[in-house]
Design a protein around this ligand. Sequence first.
Ligand SMILES: O=c1ccn([C@@H]2O[C@H](COP(=O)(O)OP(=O)(O)O[C@H]3O[C@H](CO)[C@@H](O)[C@H](O)[C@H]3O)[C@@H](O)[C@H]2O)c(=O)[nH]1
Ligand SMILES: [Mn+2]
Length: 975
Amino acid sequence: MEASAGLVAGSHNRNELVVIHNHEEPKPLKNLDAQVCEICGDEGLAMSMKGEKEPKFVLNAGLDTSVSKVMKFVHFSMHFLEGSPRVEGDDDEEDIDDIEHEFKIDEEQNKNKQLHVADLLHGKMSYGRGPETDENSQFPPVIAGVRSRPVSGEFPVGGYGHGEQMLSSSLHKRVHPYPVSEPGKLEVQDGMKRKEGGWKERMDDWKYQQGNLGPEPDDANDPDMALIDEARQPLSRKVPIASSKINPYRMFPKWFPIDRETYLDRLSFRYEQEGEPNMLDPVDIFVSTVDPMKEPPLVTANTVLSILAMDYPVDKISCYISDDGASMLTFEALSETAEFARKWVPFCKKFAIEPRAPEMYFTLKIDYLKDKVQPTFVKERRAMKREYEEFKVRINALVAKASKVPPEGWIMQDVEAMMPEGNELPRLVYVSREKRPGFQHHKKAGAMNALVRVSGVLTNAPFMLNLDCDHYINNSKAVREAMCFLMDPQIGRKVCYVQFPQRFDGIDRHDRYANRNTVFFDVSLKELINMRGLDGIQGPVYVGTGCVFRRQALYGYEPPKGPKRPKMVVCDCCPCFGRRKKKYDKHGANGENASLGVGMENDKEVLMSQMNFEKKFGQSAIFVTSTLMDQGGVPPSSSPAALLKEAIHVISCGYEDKTEWGLELGWIYGSITEDILTGFKMHCRGWRSIYCMPKMAAFKGSAPINLSDRLNQVLRWALGSVEIFFSRHSPVWYGFKGGKLKFLERFAYVNTTIYPFTSLPLLAYCLLPAICLLTDKFIMPEITTFASLFFIGLFIAIFTTGILELRWSGVSIEEWWRNEQFWVIGGISAHLFAVVQGLLKVLAGVNTNFTVTSKASDDEEFGELYTFKWTTLLIPPTTVLIVNLVGVVAGVSDAINNGTQAWGPLFGKLFFAFWVIVHLYPFLKGLMGRQNRTPTIVVIWSVLLASIFSLLWVRIDPFVMKTKGPNTSMCGINC
Ligand SMILES: O=c1ccn([C@@H]2O[C@H](COP(=O)(O)OP(=O)(O)O[C@H]3O[C@H](CO)[C@@H](O)[C@H](O)[C@H]3O)[C@@H](O)[C@H]2O)c(=O)[nH]1
Ligand SMILES: [Mn+2]
């Protein structure tokens, strides 16, 4: 195989190997009559499979390894933070700091049990985390180096399977006490003098930061001790909110907002000891895309590039792309991206640039020379920029090609692994699940579940990050931030996911649309107040993207039970179901030889439960086995070809039939906002989630850039909420049994599902002022003193919580105001439709569609697609606007024409009408933003003007009023 060949693909069907140079048609390289794959030497791969499916097997060949090797150490950069004490409330989850016990006992026992299970299911003993639990066991030579792995050209599926053995068996040795490793070598990267981890330097640096360089008591003088201490510190803490800001707020039983802070350097101390294998847990990263027209391949490519370049050990991350549209374009663009990544990733790491999505990086308007001392930087940056431009041209060419030629010979069901030779880039796996008519595919949730299974078979990392295709990694350390919680020995074990805020690049950077003002973001308010508030209860809701999950939590398990910190308890998040759990607990209580006994005694039970496993997880022995390994990893013995074949099996259409996928496992089906539901189920099982807000935004996405997209998105979310509200999973009646969902958390979930119904009273309130003005009646009913006191009390309470929320959350008045405005606009359009559609669905079974939000592509071509929704959604707010404007005009002209006895009440009415109009002002602007494109808007405008004049006339001849004016009975008050 030539070293520089682009892609080499093996195909079962054609029984041949092909080399695909970047832009050429594949041409046969060699016939494989010998039935032995030239890439991995595996026989099975080249065997024909009766031609029904065609799993392809792709390798990227030929990589220059010189640069990136050096750059692997970038993340060792030493910025020590002040060691900070835990604050009040830190301990509410765990009480004792007991590092000795935290891994050793339960880990070993778990492992033991897993071994037996794995053994039984797989018929092998040399599985996964292996039997070498004693401290003197030999590690396979392949893991001797920090990140070295077999580099034979074989598809190194689940390479860290080996690392896991190492992890489990040496964990207790490592954490306490900390071994002294010899002073590491100082890495000098061409011109850049960074301290990349000399032990002494690290220590000095650290002490210096601590202000500890002077004479000290002996304990602190011992660098090891100091470091042990440092490594034993919690990986994160809660940052107290100033009591003057928060105490008055706490009088209201609403949220318990908290802020958090992470210590990335401690994470590094704990898990990235120099001279030892890296102990950070692997992460599988999921990216979902569906329609390359609405989600341009370049956007997805940028996301993938930012993932491949992130600051995490490369052999610990695998990137899975789910292409739900099975589009040749996405696949081709992805192989281009893999190619480009070889240049891009080393560049990113060499110069530690941020963000690592090229499009965003090159359009950043900052002084990119800041902090960059290397003389070669400018030159290399320029060269890289040129490379990227060329890459873009290639992608655009693909897009152009795809729009002309229909994809032929494309098989829906596919898994492709693109692995660079050598070890500089993370694994990249393309997945396109099988879709057939007549099957329910469950949209994004279904796609994610397919990825869960594929990744379970191929790499099985214990954690996974889920990103929409437009959400790129903005902060290359984002996953490390999440690990500060998930891998924290004290709080980590009960955390099901770490949710990051959704941030947006804001408005289209190129300003293709001149209507910047039509973009609304109500996200900041929701995130800054709701999510942080929930973090103090049981954790934020899952918002669909930018979230790092614990695999075990997605498999429907409950968090570790029992005493806050299990001492001798066997079972923590191990794969046993309800009734078996109790037995284990008993064993644990009995104490003696628990680790030995459990495995032997439960052989039979395990066999029996194998059936249950298949009922639960589906008929893939390999996948079921993978679910039993709560530390992740795959059997080192299994052949890559077999795993790939299995991966294809688990994404087939019928796989989920009669299993618990989507019901209890993985992403939950039944709502188009699968995210809320998925998180809700976990909270019901007693997990807690964490809200993590690094200073530099972790991920960024593209927000819808025009009013119709935005309203459609809001409509979809609201509809999803209504669906959940009426479903069996409604927070009003679901999950009371275990009592694990905290009351306020439940309350919050009720709020996130019931809010669309507020559109009904909201609509009434928006119409009332106009009705008053037009009918010249004052609609305020006479009420008793008690009632008015009650209303005043309510009003004051709402007002004060609002003010106090603004104070502690740091939300600006502008943001708040924008939020209010969009609440009204969305409320009387999208929410209203959601309620109607939701009721239709519940009562009449009328189904709804998931319209994918368009990501900054030109909406010229499918502007028509939107016309229908665009107009229907706009009718209620337009009407409200018109009626109020007419009301104002009519009221004023009436006063002028007929003279006024009472200017006072008139001003009152005018004020309310104006209040509605200013809330709708951005909507008005949005309407005008489309003026040059949509003739409908012109029509609406003429309607508006016409009504103004006609109604003016109506004021003069009040008889017509009764037939033409708005329906006065709507307010329900007998005026
Ligand atoms: O059949 C489908 C439909 C959608 N998607 C993917 O789902 C993601 C979200 O779709 P998008 O149209 O961007 O929805 P948004 O409204 O922008 O997304 C928010 O709201 C969704 C819930 O409605 C969440 O799933 C998202 O994560 C969250 O970002 C995208 O990556 C799509 O590619 C699929 O994979 N398959
Ligand atoms: Mn989106």
